[in-house]
Design a protein around this ligand. Structure first.
Ligand code: ZN
Length: 341
């Protein structure tokens, strides 16, 4: 008798029974009740911008069906994925055609799956089984990632010539720069003090020479020269010591800096793939930097006429953070309710 096998089966049965009873009661009560436009409008107004609250996420099936336009517009959702990308289990199978992108895709997939509490994306190694394909694409257009119905492209040119500026705002990097500035300032202060002391000594010697006769003046001149030599030597020492400290510090931080830059590169391409997967789930952009779905907005020209809450140009700027925000996650949950995935 395998007790370990039996237990889950029993539990599952009980659970199923409970859900069946719960559902049939709820279904009977909710069948006819499509929430009114006024009610949905009120719930939208009560929720933060682009952030669906619990109530918006707990409407019944028919309400989502009837009020789809209103809801999708207000939360900037759109059914971007081609039919067939998501199967009946609401899962998309991703085939990564460019091996260099595999680790980024795996990370992005893991983050979405964890955030949504289900395996919405699954990486497959078989091309024929993939419903969503990820690959590099050569383009001189201004995008880093692109979602195209059933394909995600990463800009090959940008991927191969990484933008090294992304780590510049890191606080540890700023502390590193600050430390080097401090070393420089410290040396500059020492030089300043040295020059001031030298000026005083020099003036004293000159004054005393003026009051003396010929022979004594010669002796003082020797002192003036010696003082001058000493001053220049001390200044060189300070400069040499500063350069040595700077070099040692830079060397001690070299490996750290290389890793920091690499981490920011990884973070960036993770965020690009996460962002494009977000489009796959039906998420359009947001104007909030904290979101993976952030993009720079453009409310001019052709974009102005779009029937969306925020109009955007293509993905010129995607977020540099690779952590999904609560807004990203809740919008994706709402997109599921609207059957976009
Ligand atoms: Zn985008």
């Amino acid at each position: 008798m395998n007790i370990h096998k039996l237990k889950p089966v029993v539990l599952l049965t009980l659970l199923l029974a409970a859900t069946t009873v719960g559902n049939s009661t709820a279904r009977a009560a909710k069948r006819q009740s499509v929430a009114s436009k006024a009610k949905i409008s009120r719930l939208i107004k009560q929720s933060p911008d682009l952030k669906p609250t619990g109530k918006i996420l707990r409407q019944n099936h028919r309400t989502y069906l009837k009020r789809e336009d209103m809801i999708s517009k207000n939360y900037n959702l759109e059914n971007f994925a081609d039919s067939g990308v998501f199967n009946h289990k609401h899962q998309a199978r991703i085939y990564v055609a460019s091996p260099v992108l595999k680790s980024y895709v795996r990370t992005a997939v893991k983050r979405w799956n964890t955030a949504l509490g289900r395996q919405v994306f699954k990486v497959t190694t078989k091309r024929s089984r993939g419903t969503l394909r990820v690959s590099l694409k050569t383009s001189d257009a201004q995008w880093d990632g692109l979602f195209d119905g059933n394909r995600i492209y990463v800009n090959r040119a940008d991927f191969n010539t990484p933008n090294t500026a992304r780590y510049l705002e890191d606080s540890q990097y700023q502390a590193y720069i600050q430390h080097m500035t401090d070393l420089q300032n410290e040396a500059a202060k020492k030089v300043q003090k040295l020059a001031a002391d030298h000026a005083v000594r020099h003036e004293t010697l000159e004054d005393s020479r003026a009051s003396k006769n010929g022979d004594e003046q010669g002796a003082i001149q020797a002192e003036v020269d010696a003082e001058m030599t000493q001053y220049f030597q001390s200044e060189h020492q300070i400069q040499d010591s500063y350069r040595a400290k700077l070099k040692a510090y830079r060397q001690s931080k070299h490996t750290w800096l290389v890793k920091l830059k690499a981490r920011y590169q990884r973070m960036y391409w993770n965020s690009v793939v996460e962002h494009e997967l977000g489009h796959g789930l039906g998420l359009d952009h947001t104007p909030y930097l904290a979101d993976v779905m952030f993009a720079a907005s453009n409310d001019e020209g052709e974009y102005k006429s779009l029937n969306v809450k925020y109009p955007w140009v293509k993905d010129i700027a995607v977020a540099t953070r690779d952590k999904l925000s609560a807004r990203d996650i809740d919008r994706a949950k709402l997109a599921r309710k609207l059957n976009y995935w």
